[in-house]
Design a protein around this ligand. Structure first.
Ligand SMILES: [Zn+2]
Length: 402
């Protein structure tokens, strides 16, 4: 252990004494797949009860309306769960943002529902690392900080959304509002590596549905009158994929539509994911989509509508972000934890918070791994460790106001 003040020492001790493991096991027992509205409502209630231990104003916020395009090219409304929002001491000198997500990638129809112990204090279960464990860490750190004599210097907002695993479409506006005016943000995704390494720079990500409308005709009698939407969608997929470069990955993932074999198909929906490394790459990706659409529309005499956006902007490591990483690293060093960071190919709410100009460390959650698979695991002892790391980081951010 390095140099801790007595306030810091007490905060760290209190954080690691919180009943995090019990919480994780109880929360992981509730299925909260992003599309399971009943489970999400139950999860939101459990979290609201737990976070009621903190002061401030706690609300369950309604999801923003979200539209998507179905396989028939129709715009449909997509339902989401409510989000937990807590605001504490909004006029205190240091304002922070804490975020997490209550949803998981495992719906009610998934085979992965049960939590069980593997050997040596390792828990296997849906969402134990991503991120019910992380939420327990966040709450433990905040409860510990609240008992500290310097708590009154610190104000904060907590957002725990219900739709992170589907790109946060129904909570993006809430997150952006909560990020306003914040000194820093901590997000509780699991560490990038099982050894506790944090994720630094992240690419952006955008999901697009490109609806191609052609004209149907008889495949034998008058095919020349038809305009083949399926062929146009395939051409579009090829053109987009060929335009990838080291700063932009392109993944055409699905083409829906088509027709019986004797009909020229008049509708196809191409779904594609693009991941730009920097904001400049994002601008290039936008003009790529535009020019590919124009070229395909002209070449095939079809109409193409683009739906979607870069819902996750790229998150380069800015100087301000690097300074926050250094603060976490030195808190780790003082606790005997070696904390490093490395770029990640994944995206999360940290992308959106960084895009608001707020420095963010978005992997403050537990150590574990194999997330989004049935082998997802949490290293149980990391709960105490990471709660201590968070508590010390928060206390040091609060001290800046002294
Ligand atoms: Zn996550």
């Amino acid at each position: 252990m390095g140099e801790l003040s007595s306030i810091e020492h007490e905060g760290v001790e209190r954080a690691s004494e919180e009943p995090m493991l019990e919480q994780v096991l109880a929360w992981a027992a509730v299925n909260s797949g992003s599309r399971n509205l009943t489970g999400l409502e139950r999860m939101a209630d459990l979290l609201a009860d737990a976070f009621a231990a903190l002061p401030g104003i706690l609300r369950l916020e309604n999801p923003a309306p979200v539209e998507a395009v179905d396989g028939a090219g129709r715009t449909v409304h997509v339902e989401h769960g409510r989000h937990l929002h807590l605001a504490v001491r909004p006029t205190a000198p240091v304002q922070l943002l804490f975020t997490g997500h209550m949803d998981t990638v495992f719906g009610t129809d998934h085979a992965f529902q049960e939590t069980r112990w593997l050997e040596n204090g390792v828990v296997n279960g849906p969402g134990v690392a991503d991120m019910k464990g992380g939420i327990a860490v966040m709450l433990a750190a905040l409860k510990a900080v609240e008992q500290s004599t310097i708590a009154d210097r610190l104000g904060y907002e907590v957002v725990i959304n219900s739709d992170e695993e589907v790109g946060s479409p129904a909570s993006a506006a809430l997150l952006a509002r909560a990020a306003q005016g914040k000194r820093a943000a901590l997000t509780y995704e699991p560490a990038a590596l099982p050894d506790g390494t944090l994720a630094g720079a992240r690419p952006g990500s955008g999901n697009f549905a490109l609806v191609v409308r052609g004209r149907s005709a008889h495949a034998g009698r008058n095919p020349e009158d038809g305009r083949n939407a399926l062929l146009a969608a395939a051409d579009l997929a090829l053109r987009l994929a060929e335009a990838k470069y080291p700063g932009l990955s392109v993944n055409p993932s699905r083409i829906e539509g088509g027709s019986p074999s004797n009909v020229v198909p008049d509708l196809a929906v191409l779904r594609v994911n693009l991941r730009p490394r920097t904001p400049d790459d994002e601008r290039k990706a936008e003009s790529l989509i535009e020019s590919a659409i124009a070229a395909v529309a002209a070449a095939h005499d079809v109409a193409v509508e683009s739906h979607g956006s870069f819902g996750r902007p790229p998150k380069p490591l800015t100087d301000e972000a690097e300074a926050l990483f250094e603060l976490v690293k030195s808190a780790g060093a003082d606790l005997g934890q070696a904390i490093g960071w490395q770029p990640s190919g994944g995206v999360c709410d940290g992308n959106n918070i960084a895009a608001c100009g707020v420095p963010v460390v978005d992997t403050m959650g537990v150590r574990g791994g194999k997330i989004h698979s049935m082998e997802e695991y949490l290293v149980a002892e990391s709960l105490k460790e990471r709660a201590a790391l968070s508590a010390l980081t928060i206390l040091r951010l609060a001290r800046e106001a002294a």
